[in-house]
Design a protein around this ligand. Structure first.
Ligand SMILES: [Zn+2]
Length: 186
């Protein structure tokens, strides 16, 4: 019963749409009616989801957004990398736990700097991967639509946004840095 209901709800929450791309082909996307949904996102099976505000954008702005998302969904390299990167993260995390246990068991405080450096590198690597993925998506949008419209379009979302550590610093480069990078892309 519950399963049935959730399926039905899913059907109501998403509206399937299509947009014609510059080359005349069409791109399917789904409008997520959840008011908290992100402006645009690639979710499972490489499908593009947008929020309600997306429909208010001009065609140019819609395309800039869609090409950014296509830059995510078509970034096959990342899928390959993630197969390598995920185990690496697991190994480093495990190493941290082992070091921490050794330190606690032997009370060897000499391990503390190693643990701190290890954790820092782990965190830095984690963030840089997300940033790299965003930059690749931005450069895909710029390649198709030009810098001006892409910077303006993404700027609308991030320029006056309240500070959100996870969404705007970890998952994406901070807006000022992101804008600088885009301005320097060719
Ligand atoms: Zn993105």
């Amino acid at each position: 019963m519950d399963k049935l209901r959730s399926k039905k709800e899913k059907g109501i929450r998403f509206i399937k749409k299509k947009i014609t791309l510059l080359d005349g082909s069409s791109q399917e996307y789904f409008i997520d009616l959840n008011p908290k949904a992100h402006i645009a996102q690639v979710r499972q099976k490489r499908k593009i989801y947008v929020n309600k505000n997306f429909e208010d954008l001009s065609r140019e702005e819609k395309l800039a957004t869609i090409y950014h998302e296509r830059g995510h969904s078509r970034f096959i390299l990342f899928e390959g990398l993630s197969k390598v990167i995920a185990p690496l993260f697991a190994i480093f995390s495990l190493l941290n736990i082992v070091l921490l246990s050794l330190m606690l068991a032997g009370q060897s405080y000499l391990l503390i700097p190693t643990i701190i450096i290890n954790s820092f590198l782990l965190f830095l690597g984690y963030i840089l991967i997300f940033w790299l993925v965003e930059i690749v998506a931005d450069s895909n949008a710029i390649k198709m639509m030009g810098k001006k419209i892409v910077i303006k379009n993404i700027g609308k979302v991030y320029e006056n946004k309240k500070f959100n550590l996870e969404n705007d610093w970890i998952m994406h480069p901070p807006w000022r840095i992101r804008k600088k990078i885009m301005e320097n892309l060719d």
